[in-house]
Design a protein around this ligand. Structure first.
Ligand code: AMP
Ligand code: MG
Length: 409
């Protein structure tokens, strides 16, 4: 059916997946601001107010008419009459007239007529009713104008925004205490392999603890999904099929790891082919590590058969699981990149996308990326790495000293 040795490019593989998958809308949750961090907004938030609702001082000092201060210096100060104290938390009832000033605290509301504030450090009081200003201010100086922060009817954040701490602060400023967010996509995770045992057991000789269920679940959670660890299936058609079917019933998509290659014990591809339509869409992608990946759609939901080697599984989940989560919760998951210099040559076969783990090191003001070498079965290579660089398909390696873009883990 599939020629495993004629693999597809990452882009082509994604195209095939998204071409065959009719994405069901996940629906929304309403959450309070305390639960909103990292969730994907499912509504536009339009300001119903001016923030701040009144013009306010950013300094302790005097509210004035800026034109009264023009030309003021230490030797020739402007002399103004102090006519009021602005109380904190209230709007002053009286207005300023030319030649007048109002004592004002940081955050205090500007009286009518005032258009700037002078810092107390630049003033001297002559007596209780007279202040000398030793510096001019221009209109708007030391003042946040009404609506300067957020205007009325302004869209503060739009649907699809993955909410950050500052977004949540902005919502609080608008008095929006609850927002609609996309429901977290549900991801069911199955590990396969006769040799795989749960992490809390002491493995017998020949056994190995399940890394992938936990690493992939953590990635899924990081991407804003809700993972369920379904357990470990033996390398039999029945066992894998049962657990995949159980997973399909409760999740938006399913991730399988192990048994994705073409050996006699590799049953994933047969199970996923039988569970269609359309079943298996891609078997084998031109990426290293991660080549023996299966992309399938079964019962209308994506199923990813990831390679068993933990690094391969993580690379493949980044490439295919992340966009599936993004499609389901309608938000682009932000990534962080940093420019660095490569500390040594790296070769890469043309025709394949290479993912190189790197650790970052600062030396003499330069950020160096040191490749972390090691097989794709070694989870510690990921643990030691700070990020990865991707060598695109058409490139045959990178020279030491070249500038690289590191995706930070
Ligand atoms: P497979 O893709 O099933 O051929 O597995 C490739 C390698 O990954 C084998 O050495 C497996 O023992 C190992 N492996 C498979 N699944 C896991 C897992 N869940 N956790 C850790 N290692 C695994
Ligand atoms: Mg296996």
């Amino acid at each position: 059916m599939f020629d495993f040795f004629r693999v597809l490019s990452v882009d082509k593989a994604r195209e095939r997946l998204f071409g065959a998958w009719k994405i069901a809308s996940p629906g929304c949750d309403r959450v309070g601001l305390q639960e909103a961090l990292g969730r994907v907004l499912a509504q536009d938030v339009i300001s119903q107010d001016y923030v701040p609702p009144y013009s306010r001082s950013t300094v302790d000092g005097y509210a004035v008419m800026a034109k009264d201060t023009f030309g003021a210096t230490q030797s020739l100060p402007a002399i103004l009459q102090i006519v009021m104290d602005v109380p904190m938390g209230e709007i002053p009832t009286a207005s300023l007239l030319p030649g007048q000033a109002a004592r004002i605290p940081t955050g205090g509301a500007l009286p009518q007529g005032a258009d700037a504030c002078v810092m107390i450090e630049h003033t001297e009081t002559l007596d209780q009713h007279t202040v000398l200003l030793e510096k001019p201010v221009s209109p708007g100086e030391n003042v946040v104008l009404r609506g300067e922060d957020i205007s009325k009817h302004e869209a503060l954040v739009e649907s699809g925004r993955v909410l950050r701490p500052q977004d949540i602060g902005g919502l609080a400023a608008l008095g929006v205490t609850e927002v609609a967010v996309w429901r977290k996509p549900k991801v069911a995770i199955v590990s396969t392999g006769d040799e795989i045992v749960p992490p809390w057991t002491q493995p017998a000789l020949g056994q190995i603890r399940d890394i992938n269920s936990y690493a992939i679940a953590a990635m899924a959670r990081d991407f804003g999904a809700e993972p369920s660890i379904m357990g470990i299936a033996e390398d039999t058609y029945e066992d894998v099929r049962n657990l995949v079917e159980e997973s399909l019933a409760l999740a938006d998509f399913v991730v399988l790891s192990g048994g994705s290659s073409v050996g006699t014990r590799d049953v994933a591809v047969r199970v996923l082919a039988d569970l269609g339509p359309p079943g298996v869409l891609v078997h084998g992608v031109a990426v290293r590590p991660g080549k023996p990946v299966i992309l399938a759609v079964c019962c209308g939901k994506p199923v990813f058969g990831l390679p068993g080697h933990p690094v391969s599984a993580m690379v493949a989940f980044q490439l295919f699981g992340k966009p599936a989560i993004e499609a389901l919760h309608h938000g682009k998951i932000p990534e962080q990149f940093i420019d660095a210099r490569l500390s040594r040559n790296i070769s890469s076969a043309s025709g394949r996308q290479d993912h190189i783990r790197v650790s970052l090191r600062e030396q003499d003001g330069i950020t160096w990326a040191d490749p972390v070498l090691g097989k794709s079965g070694l989870i510690a290579t990921m643990v030691k790495a700070d990020g990865e660089i991707v060598i695109p398909t058409e490139k045959e390696g990178l020279m030491a000293g070249s500038l690289v873009r590191v995706r930070v883990f």
